[in-house]
Design a protein around this ligand. Structure first.
Ligand SMILES: Cc1cc2nc3c(=O)[nH]c(=O)nc-3n(C[C@H](O)[C@H](O)[C@H](O)COP(=O)(O)O)c2cc1C
Length: 333
């Protein structure tokens, strides 16, 4: 298949395995690359000294050995509150990471440095105003994050956001993210102007993910009505499975937390504290036997029925896309 995305980052099929904090790992990314898609991970998944360098060396070696067109990318949270941002960007540039996804802040520095050696930078966007800023800075594409996505879901449906971005920026690839777990979902996004899709939640229930089986099983057994939004993890609304623990800690910041996160003197420090404690809660929750179950997931849990190896998940999505295209041809023809 050839789209603006496959051409831009040299892959065979227009799927990005989305970056997922604490979930994405080297094995998943390698499986993605070998299946002709882009595997990605947040650099924050490798916080110990020397870890990120090692993973990038391994991925660069693997990329040289590929028999298909696949690639890998990293996700950088480009917010001032991410204390590892500058260090991680430096390492990624040194290791010549081929593809970046930026989220939450200004992608300016990442774009400048990545373009210095020909790498591509796609920016997470949820509206046209943010997309315009990224476009003006010279980004190579948008990840349009819509309603129902796992993590920081956007406020708009993809059916409106994708064509609107496409109309404003016709020459910039728009990638659909949020609620996609099947081939018919992929086909639907391609028909409304997306150059590809970014799939997160579906890959939590893969054999390679290093999270607890309880979390993977919850992905399989939950439905879309089990997904709620909470401010409690990072201060920005995020989707989680509505477990007893999620209910217990509540979904909204209280008045004091809101005051601290808006006051100009306390804002930065308080946000850093919320994010650090949210990361700690999430980290505890992915380990087996933990009752504080705070599990990020999007509404596509509704469509996920089994835990499977990444390769099988990807091959099935590819086959379903072609099948859905043929079926649609019968209906229209
Ligand atoms: C468990 C989980 C963790 C995530 N962590 C990150 C992250 O660290 N950085 C980021 O930019 N997006 C993150 N996301 C969002 C994904 O990259 C992607 O936009 C989203 O999963 C797409 O929607 P879907 O889950 O409905 O497929 C996360 C999503 C999930 C489900």
């Amino acid at each position: 298949m050839t789209t603006q995305l496959t051409k831009s980052i040299s892959i065979d099929f227009p799927i990005i395995m989305a970056p997922m904090f604490l979930v994405s790992n080297e094995a998943m990314v390698i499986a993605g690359m070998n299946s002709g898609i882009a595997g990605t991970f947040p650099t924050l998944n490798y916080r110990k000294e020397g870890e990120l360098e090692l993973v990038l060396d391994n991925l660069n070696e693997e990329k040289k050995r590929l028999k298909v067109n696949g690639t890998y990318g990293v996700n950088l949270i480009v917010q001032k509150t991410n204390i590892l941002y500058e260090k991680h960007l430096k390492i990624c540039v040194e290791k010549k990471v081929p593809f970046y996804i930026t989220s939450l802040g200004s992608p300016k520095t990442v774009i400048e440095q990545a373009h210095g050696y020909g790498a591509k930078v796609f920016c997470d966007v949820t509206n046209i105003a943010h997309a315009q800023k990224c476009f003006d800075l010279g980004c190579d594409g948008f990840i349009a994050v819509g309603q129902g996505a796992g993590g920081h879901a956007g406020p708009y449906t993809l059916q409106v956001l994708i064509p609107s971005l496409h109309r404003h920026f016709p020459n910039t690839p728009v990638i659909a993210a949020g609620g996609i777990a099947t081939g018919s979902g992929i086909l639907s996004m391609l028909t409304i102007g997306a150059a590809g899709v970014s799939v997160g939640t579906r890959f939590i229930a893969c054999t390679e993910a290093g999270v607890s089986n309880e979390y993977k099983n919850a992905i399989v057994s939950s439905g879309m009505n089990d997904i709620v939004m909470t401010d409690k993890i990072s201060g920005t609304p995020s989707t989680v499975i509505n477990t007893a623990f999620a209910k217990k800690i509540g979904y909204k910041q209280n008045w004091l937390e809101r005051a601290l996160s808006t006051n100009s003197r306390t804002k930065k420090l308080f946000k850093m504290w919320v994010q650090l404690s949210g990361m700690k809660k999430l980290e505890a929750a992915i380990h087996p036997g933990n009752y504080n179950t705070l599990w990020i997931a999007g509404q596509s849990v509704e469509l996920i029925n089994e835990i499977a190896p990444c390769k099988d998940i990807i091959e099935r999505m590819k086959a379903e896309t072609i099948e859905a295209y043929k079926e649609l041809g019968k209906t229209i023809g």
